[in-house]
Design a binder for this molecule. Structure first.
Ligand SMILES: C[S@@+](CC[C@H](N)C(=O)[O-])C[C@H]1O[C@@H](n2cnc3c(N)ncnc32)[C@H](O)[C@@H]1O
Length: 211
C-alpha cells in the first residue's frame, strides 16, 4: 500500500484540488527538511541528475515550487549557477534564501507567486524548468502546466517529479497526453520510481520539452 506518511506529510498528500497548501507548508517549513531526510527523500537528486543529462551548467533554470531549496542545492552541487526559485509559501522561501553551496547562494532570485495564476515571467525567460513535489491536490494540476512551459525557450526541457498515487488516481497519463495534443509540450519520457527510500512512495519523473 502506498504510504501517505503522517503529520504534515499526510496533510499535504491528501488535499483536494482547489485547496491551498501554503498555510500547511508555512507551518511545516522549519521541520520540513528534517522530516524529508528521515523519509529518505530522493526526487530532488533524480531531477537534478536529469537536468545534468539534458542541459549544460550554464543553462538558466527556474525551480517552480522550490520550497526550502532542496532541488536548488542538488542543482548547485551539479554545477548549475543560474537558478531562480518560485513558491507561494513564504516560510519555505525564507529557508531557500539561506541555502548556499561552496559559499555561493543557490538561488539568484526567489519569487513569491501562486503558480495557479498567470505567472509574471516573460515568455521563454529560462532554458529549462524543474518542478518537484507540486503536482496533485493542494498543489498544481495539469491545466497549470502550459503557463509554466510558456516561461522556457522553445526546445527547452522541463522535469517534473510527482506523486505516483495522484498520477494514477487522477488520470494524469491521459491528461498529459491531452496537453501534448494541444501543443503545450512534447513528452520525452515518463519514468516510475520510489521517491522516499524509507516509505512505499511511488512517484513519476516526467520529462518534456516546449514545442
Ligand atoms: C512537497 S513541497 C516540494 C518543495 C521542493 N520542490 C522539494 O522538493 O523539496 C511542495 C511545494 O509546492 C509549493 N506549492 C504548492 N502549490 C503552489 C502554488 N499554487 N504556487 C506556488 N507554490 C506552490 C508549496 O508551497 C511547497 O513549497
Amino acid at each position: 500500500m502506498p504510504d501517505h506518511g503522517e503529520g504534515p506529510l499526510e496533510q499535504v498528500s491528501t488535499m483536494g484540488y482547489g485547496d491551498r497548501s501554503d498555510g500547511a507548508y508555512n507551518q511545516w517549513a522549519k521541520d520540513y527538511e528534517t522530516d524529508l531526510t528521515q523519509y529518505g527523500y530522493l526526487s530532488p537528486g533524480l531531477v537534478a541528475d536529469a537536468m545534468h543529462d539534458y542541459v549544460g551548467g550554464t543553462a538558466s533554470i527556474v525551480d517552480y515550487a522550490c520550497g526550502t531549496g532542496l532541488v536548488g542545492v542538488e542543482l548547485a552541487t551539479r554545477g548549475f549557477t543560474t537558478v531562480d526559485g518560485v513558491d507561494f509559501a513564504q516560510g519555505m522561501l525564507d529557508l531557500a534564501a539561506e541555502k548556499t553551496v561552496a559559499g555561493r547562494p543557490v538561488y539568484r532570485e526567489l519569487l513569491s507567486l501562486d503558480l495557479t495564476n498567470t505567472i509574471p515571467i516573460e515568455d521563454g525567460a529560462y532554458d529549462a524548468l524543474v518542478c518537484v513535489g507540486a503536482m496533485g491536490g493542494g498543489h498544481l494540476a495539469p491545466e497549470h502546466l502550459p503557463e509554466l512551459m510558456r516561461t522556457i525557450v522553445s526546445g527547452g526541457i522541463a522535469a517534473f517529479y510527482m506523486n505516483g498515487v495522484a498520477y494514477q488516481n487522477d488520470n494524469f497519463a491521459e491528461r498529459f497526453d491531452a496537453l501534448e495534443d494541444a501543443g503545450a509540450w512534447r513528452i520525452t519520457s515518463q519514468t516510475a520510481s520510489n521517491y522516499m527510500a524509507e516509505l512505499d512512495r511511488p512517484g513519476m519523473l516526467v520529462l518534456a520539452s516546449r514545442p
